[in-house]
Design a binder for this molecule. Structure first.
Ligand code: PLP
Length: 227
């Protein structure tokens, strides 16, 4: 696939984000994380050419292969479920969005200790309670924030959430506001939690209205996935 019209797509998305910031009133900065999963390294190169410096992948193997075949200095984001046996790979990412359990948080912390530099990460929150999705229940966030406070190896810089597929606007707002509340709990426990990763191709405008600082966009930028 060619990405000839990517610049126009990005321009339109940026306009929609600006309008959503104005409607929402949170006055935040929003970073587009271009999710290139299923697309080749050419998608990463194309994103970089149109001014996108943040790229998301949801599988470690695919991400590492792509990193090895691009020569543009994008920041890589791990947005998918991370298996504990692949946790060492977090060293290659600028941000891990998907800390979804205490054992994973502990494993990531160990990586940070071993390299003597904290791993920046987001706590994944499962606001809707869907059993198919990973992440912390809203009621468990405060305890986990306390448990991880003061750990050198992991720096919790915010939260991430996924809205239920096909949710209506009211449910979307409830989920995104729940993630925002979880971020406040992290901040109250002393974490530098400014980030709010929420919103995908189908719901990013509502997410930005609700305060998202990072939107994870695949389809709206690159078209349908290739695998
Ligand atoms: C694939 C993926 C996205 C992007 O989804 P689109 O609907 O194509 O924008 C965002 N976040 C995560 C965690 C993903 O796996």
């Amino acid at each position: 696939m060619s990405f000839d019209d990517l610049d126009e797509r990005v321009a339109e998305v940026r306009e929609r984000i600006a309008a959503a910031i104005a409607r929402g009133g949170h006055a935040q900065q929003v970073t587009i994380v271009a999710v290139t999963k299923s697309h080749g390294p050419d998608a990463v190169q194309a994103a970089w050419r149109v001014g996108i410096g943040d790229v998301g992948e949801n599988r470690i193997q695919e991400a590492l292969a792509k990193m090895a075949s691009v020569d543009v200095p994008v920041a890589w984001h791990m947005v998918g479920r991370l298996q504990r046996n692949k946790v060492k790979a977090v060293d290659r990412f600028a941000l891990v969005h998907s800390i979804d359990s205490p054992p994973l948080a502990d494993a990531v912390h160990e990586v940070g200790l071993a390299r003597q530099r904290p791993v920046d990460a987001l706590l994944q929150i499962n606001v809707s309670g869907e059993t198919s999705k990973g992440g912390f229940a809203s009621g468990d966030v405060a305890a986990e924030a306390e448990r991880l406070a003061g750990r050198f190896g992991i720096r919790l810089v915010g939260v991430m959430t996924l809205a239920p597929f096909g949710a209506g606007e009211r449910e979307l707002r409830r989920v995104f506001a729940g993630a925002r509340a979880a971020r406040e709990l992290l901040a109250a426990a002393g974490h530098p939690a400014l980030g709010l990763s929420m919103g995908m191709s189908g719901d990013y405008e509502v997410a930005v209205e609700e305060g998202a600082t990072m939107v994870r966009l695949g389809t709206v930028l690159f078209g349908p996935r290739e695998t």
